[in-house]
Each structure stands twice: as C-alpha cells, then as structure tokens.
Design a protein around this ligand. Structure first.
Ligand SMILES: [Zn+2]
Length: 232
C-alpha cells in the first residue's frame, strides 16, 4: 500500500517537473530546391528526405517536366512535399515584358497542376532576377532563401554542410539545387538534417512555414526568412 503511494507520488512529481520545465518555442525550417524535376539527383534527394521523414519544397522548371520526370513530382507530393514555380525556360525575367513573364509562369503552373493536382503558391525567380513590375504580374509569393553556393562545383560537400548549418534560424528558407549532377548537396543534407533535428528544428513545406510563423505573405516581398507574425 505504502509502496503504491510512494510510486504514485513519484509519478505525480515527475509529471509536474515535465509540465513546469521551460518550453522551448518550436523552430521551423523549410528546405527548398531549384531546377528539377529530374530522375537522377532529385531521386537521390527524395531518398534522403524519405529516410529522415522530412518534407521540402521543389521549385520546378517547366521545360524539365516530361512523362518520366513527372514520376518524381508525384513521388515528392506523396512524401508530403510542395511544388513551386521556377519559370518555364529559366530566363533572366527582368528583361522580359508582361506577356512573356506571365507565359513563363502560367505554362509551368498548369503543367504542375495537371500532373499533381497541386497549383503552385510560391515562385522563385531564376537567378533571383526581378524587377518591381513582376510582383504585379505574378500572383504568387516570391521566395529567395539562404544558399551555400551549392551551384558552384568547387564548393564541396563539407562546405555545403557547414553553410546549411550556419544558415539555420527559426523561419529560414533554404535556397538549394537538385539539378543533375549536384550530388554534393544531397550528401551534405544527409549529414545536416539529423544535426538540425538534434538542434530542435522541424522541417516543413513553405505553405506550412508561413502557417506555423502565423505570417500572411504579402504580394511585394521576396522572403528569405519568414518573420514570426506573433512578434509585432
Ligand atoms: Zn534556377
């Protein structure tokens, strides 16, 4: 009888200790990759995301979408990933007129929607090359993000890993690439994801990141870190 009392007191006290422990605020990150879809590097990347059970957002180039690469788009969606728009031909869009810009974006969004049923909500301009008019012409939220020069072949796996870790902060969006041959980014992530999880970060899609941060995107901002809407 006494033993049972002691035991239940201990359970109560440890429950109290857990309840009173200072609670760390949740920290969210969004991985976002440009220049797919493809059936090489992107497949390896999806394997890594699946291994750690983390979603990401893929900014796709319309002209890379075909019956074969569409399989990875479907796989990404089935893993909880989000698909964004990265133009149709990857041009310098600040040099284009309204009709050309709209055609680049609309053709890509239509293909993505036709294949996956998911209409993109986010746009990453190729080369982050923009002019003010584009915010009026494109009805999507503009995304930049934090990179680690992972489009430069001489920047190796270790440097990419260090860049990814150094760029982590609550609300951050990553600007990474899964174009064909860019395996070093996949390998760097294989190392970085468990480290960032250990640091208390949760990986989410871009839509989820804006939701979690309680931030309503405005139409004239290009986001790299989504601000916490609760801190006004
Ligand atoms: Zn690109």
């Amino acid at each position: 009888m006494r033993k049972t009392f002691k035991l239940s007191m201990m359970i109560c006290l440890s429950a109290l200790a857990i309840a009173c422990a200072p609670k760390e605020p949740a920290k969210y990150l969004a991985l976002a990759f440009d220049d797919g879809p493809n059936l090489t590097t992107e497949s390896a990347l999806l394997d890594v995301l699946e291994k750690y059970d983390v979603p990401a957002t893929f900014f796709l180039i319309g002209s890379n979408i075909n019956d074969d690469s569409a399989e990875n788009m479907k796989r990404a969606v089935s893993l909880g990933c989000e698909l964004g728009n990265h133009s149709f031909t990857h041009p310098m869009m600040s040099r284009m007129d309204e009709a050309q810009v709209k055609e680049e974006v609309e053709a890509t969004s239509q293909m993505i929607e036709k294949i996956t049923g998911q209409r993109p909500k986010f746009f990453r301009p190729p080369y982050i090359n923009v002019k003010p008019d584009m915010y009026d012409w494109i009805d999507l939220t503009f995304i930049c993000g934090k990179g680690c020069e992972d489009w430069v072949a001489t920047v190796g796996r270790e440097a990419r890993f260090e860049g990814i870790i150094a760029n982590a902060e609550p609300g951050a969006i990553y600007l990474l690439h899964d174009f064909e041959g860019n395996e070093a980014t996949v390998e760097a992530l294989d190392d970085a994801i468990p480290v960032l999880k250990e640091q208390g970060y949760t990986f989410v899609t871009l839509s989820q990141l804006f939701e979690k941060q309680k931030c309503t995107p405005d139409g004239h901002t290009m986001y790299t870190v989504v601000p916490d809407g609760r801190k006004k």
